[in-house]
Structures are given as structure tokens and as C-alpha cells.
Design a protein around this ligand. Structure first.
Ligand SMILES: Nc1nc2c(ncn2[C@@H]2O[C@H](COP(=O)(O)OP(=O)(O)OP(=O)(O)O)[C@@H](O)[C@H]2O)c(=O)[nH]1
Ligand SMILES: [Mg+2]
Length: 429
């Protein structure tokens, strides 16, 4: 089953009505459903969909058959007829049966938030790794819902929800999809191995790594471009970046670090996507320092920061040294600026302000300063040499008489832990 290209199908313009159901469970998450809906509008527009109207419902629990209440289904039907919609996009995840029931009853294409995000990713994937990861995520999403789609997708033939694995999936039975998933996982393993080799090489070269992470559209790629002149794709849309891009950044004083731009995060990032993109996202785990880029002008700033922190946590990168870059301050209202926290780990910036860019390089430099230390270890203290190898990263080893000079990168935590043994062997620099 080949991936169908995005371009061949963009001629179908989707005209959609968005639907948001606020259940008690959603209320408990604390996510503002209106802001989530605003984001869904952005997602839909990013996918090239024309948004005609929005329908909302409050309901304790979803209807098992229709997801929304039967009355709302009628409201949706009338709105769709009146406005000439061919699609309904739900802000929450639907079951296969709900999709099937709605499609059959309404004669509309039914898409949920997850599918929309997967679809945008499918349109963006350019590298082999990205393409494999997206197809894997789409098929993993599709498999348990296979019986839910069919008639409408093949009839409408194009537009959102049909990119990526393509229509042939509809004629393919589950076994074929499972085989394909196995094959994709195998291919991904190969790519992961290559990526691991690259990482190993970077690690050995001793290059300090700095990762730009943050909510989608926060300005990560813009910062990479502004700081390193990198020719990267920047767009005022969600998920402009899919594959990590790394460039060398020169710090004041001449030291060089590798700065990596990463895929943006979003709330309710589909589970299948996170799982499939693990290889890509794990770039963040390699970083010595994380720059968390925030769109300070967004009304969802705090929620977005929470999402980023929780994804970093899932990746096991929450404990990394982190600097928060409050970006887009040029777009902020004065009261928004006042709300931003101040302190050592925070910097208010605009990606388009030259002074701010200089301050970023200075703060990176400060953060990394003292990162490497030289220890003079007497030749008979093999115990200390092996300790250095165990707790730090030995970048260089030179002999001076009976002593060995180790140039070691050591994070502060580890240094503090072992300083009672190591402090007296530090060589003044
Ligand atoms: N006014 C203003 N706009 C900015 C600033 N930084 C970035 N932008 C704009 O914000 C939009 C998104 O920027 P990107 O750099 O593509 O954002 P990103 O974080 O890489 O987004 P994804 O790759 O989609 O996750 C673009 O239109 C940028 O021009 C800033 O400091 N001020
Ligand atoms: Mg980007």
C-alpha cells in the first residue's frame, strides 16, 4: 500500500462544520473547550478546510451511538444542508461505530480532532522517517476503527481524512493493515538505528546540544533561522515543522553548540502520533539544554506551557536544564507582558529583535558555563578515573607525568553529588 501524495488530492475543498461536545469528563481536565475549539478552527484551516459554522453541546456523557445527542444530530443535519457542508469535524475523539452511524445518517464525512492532526502531519511529512512515522500513526489509528469508515470516504474521494494511507486502505482487510504496520515498524527500526549512529557521532564529538521545544506555532523555527541563518520552513500555521533540523550556533566567546528545531506539541497530541514519532521526539532527550519557546501573546499561554511540560515528562526530558523563552512579546498587550514570570530561567524576547537574540546566546552561554571541568587525577587513583567515566562525559584525556588530566562534562547535580571526592582534584583553568 503506497502513500498517496498530498498534492493530488488537494483539489477537493472541504467545507466543514465543527462540533464540540463538552462532557463532565472534559470539564474535569480543566481544558477550556472554547480555546480548544479555536485551536480546532486553526487546525482545520491549516488542513485547507473552509470552516462554515460551529456547533456546541453540553452533555454529561457522550451518546454511545451518535456521540452528540440525537437533537444535535438534527441540528447538524440542518446546518450542513443550509450551508452546503460536506464534512463535520469533531473536537473530541469518536469511536468507529459513532463515525459510521453519523456518516450513514448525515451523508457527511466525519472527522475527529485526532484524524485532522494526523492528516496535517501526512501533508507535511517530507523525509523518509517522517513519512514512515505518519503512515504508522495513521494505520494504528485506523485499525481499531476500520469498520467505522467506508462508504462515504470512498465516495467523496479526497480531501482531509483521506490523505496518507489512501483509499486503498478501504479495500484492504485488517490483516493487510497489520502486515503493513509490521513492515513500517521494521523500516522505522532501521531509520532509528541510523539516527542513533548520528547521535553517537555527535556525542563522541563532544558537541553540546541545545533543543528548541514548544507548542506548535510558538516560533521555534523562526528562532533557529534568526540565530543560525538556517533555511527552514516557517509558517503561521500549526505543525509547520515535522522533522528535526540542526544547525551550529556560535555563542559569545566563540564556543559552538548544536541547536535543534523540533516538531511542535499540541494538546491531546494523538497517542499514536507520539508513539510513532518517538524516534524524532527523542532528539530532545539528547539535549544538554532545552529552550522552551512560548507564544506569550496566546490566550492559551499557560495551558500550552503545561502541555509542553507534560510531554517533556512523558519523554523523560523534564529534568533537563531548561530556559523558557517568552517569545512574540512584540504582539503582547501590556497586561500580558506583566503576567509573565520573571526570574533566572526566563527570558522575554521577540524573535525579530536583534538585542534579544544576542541575549539568548548569552543566556545559553551562561547556562552551559562551567559545564566542563578539568580534573588532575594521580595515576594510582583508578577509582577516581572510573568515577569520572561513570558520572560524567570524558571529552579528553591527557597525560602529565604521573597524572592524568581529564576534561569532563559534568552536570551540576552529579558534580554536587560527588564533589566530596572530586573537588580537590579540579585543575584551575
Ligand atoms: N510577531 C512575531 N511573530 C513571530 C515571532 N516569532 C515567530 N513569529 C511568527 O509566528 C509564526 C510561527 O513561527 P514558526 O517559527 O513557524 O513556529 P514553530 O514554533 O516553528 O511552529 P511549528 O513548526 O508549527 O511547531 C510565523 O508566522 C512567524 O513569523 C515573534 O517574536 N514575533
Ligand atoms: Mg517550526
Amino acid at each position: 500500500m503506497a502513500i498517496t501524495t498530498h498534492d493530488t488530492q488537494t483539489d477537493v475543498q472541504d467545507r466543514a462544520i465543527l462540533v464540540s461536545l463538552v462532557t463532565d469528563k472534559i470539564k474535569r481536565t480543566g481544558i477550556d473547550p472554547e480555546l480548544s475549539l479555536q485551536e480546532l478552527v486553526q487546525l482545520a484551516e491549516t488542513a485547507g478546510v473552509e470552516v462554515l459554522d460551529v456547533i456546541r453541546q453540553n452533555k454529561e456523557t457522550p451518546d454511545s451511538k451518535w456521540f452528540i445527542g440525537k437533537g444535535k444530530v438534527e441540528e447538524l443535519r440542518m446546518a450542513a444542508d443550509g450551508l452546503g457542508a460536506n464534512t463535520a469535524i469533531f473536537d473530541q475523539e469518536l469511536s468507529g461505530a459513532q463515525v459510521r452511524n453519523l456518516e450513514e445518517s448525515l451523508d457527511l464525512k466525519i472527522i475527529d480532532r485526532t484524524q485532522l492532526i494526523l492528516d496535517i502531519f501526512a501533508g507535511r511529512a517530507k523525509t523518509r522517517e517522517g513519512i514512515i512515522q505518519v503512515e504508522l500513526a495513521q494505520l494504528s489509528y485506523l485499525l481499531p476503527r476500520l469498520s467505522g469508515h467506508g462508504k462515504n470516504l470512498s465516495r467523496l474521494g479526497g480531501g482531509i481524512g483521506t490523505r496518507g494511507p489512501g483509499e486503498s486502505k478501504l479495500e484492504t482487510d485488517r490483516r493487510h493493515i497489520r502486515d503493513r504496520i509490521t513492515e513500517l515498524k521494521r523500516q522505522l527500526d532501521e531509520v532509528v538505528k541510523t539516527r542513533e549512529l548520528h547521535r553517537e557521532r555527535r556525542r563522541k564529538s563532544g558537541a553540546v546540544q541545545v533543543a528548541l521545544v514548544g507548542y506548535t506555532n510558538a516560533g521555534k523555527s523562526t528562532l533557529l533561522k534568526q540565530l543560525t541563518d538556517a533555511d527552514v520552513y516557517i509558517e503561521n500555521q500549526l505543525f509547520a515543522t515535522l522533522d528535526p533540523t540542526s544547525r551550529v550556533l556560535q555563542l559569545p566567546g566563540g564556543k559552538e553548540v548544536v541547536l535543534t528545531d523540533t516538531v511542535g506539541f499540541i494538546q491531546n497530541l494523538p497517542h499514536d502520533l507520539v508513539a510513532s514519532f518517538r524516534a524524532t521526539l527523542e532528539e530532545v532527550n539528547e539535549a544538554n539544554l532545552v529552550l522552551h519557546v512560548v507564544d506569550s501573546s496566546s490566550p492559551m499561554r499557560e495551558e500550552q506551557m503545561d502541555v509542553v511540560q507534560s510531554i517533556l515528562q512523558d519523554l523523560g526530558a523534564a529534568g533537563k536544564p531548561q530556559i523558557v523563552l517568552f517569545n512574540k512579546t512584540d504582539l503582547c498587550q501590556p497586561e500580558q507582558l506583566e503576567m509573565l514570570p520573571i526570574g533566572p530561567g526566563f527570558l522575554k524576547i521577540s524573535a525579530f529583535n536583534q538585542d534579544d537574540l544576542t541575549r539568548i546566546t548569552e543566556i545559553i552561554s551562561d547556562e552551559l558555563a562551567g559545564d566542563t571541568l578539568i580534573f588532575r587525577i594521580p595515576g594510582d587513583r583508578g577509582d577516581l578515573s572510573s568515577l569520572l567515566y561513570r558520572v560524567g562525559e570524558v571529552l579528553e584525556q591527557n597525560y602529565d607525568g604521573n597524572d592524568v588530566l581529564y576534561n569532563v562534562r559534568l552536570n551540576k547535580e552529579d558534580y554536587d553529588k560527588w564533589s566530596y571526592k572530586l573537588a580537590e582534584f579540579i585543575e584551575p583553568q
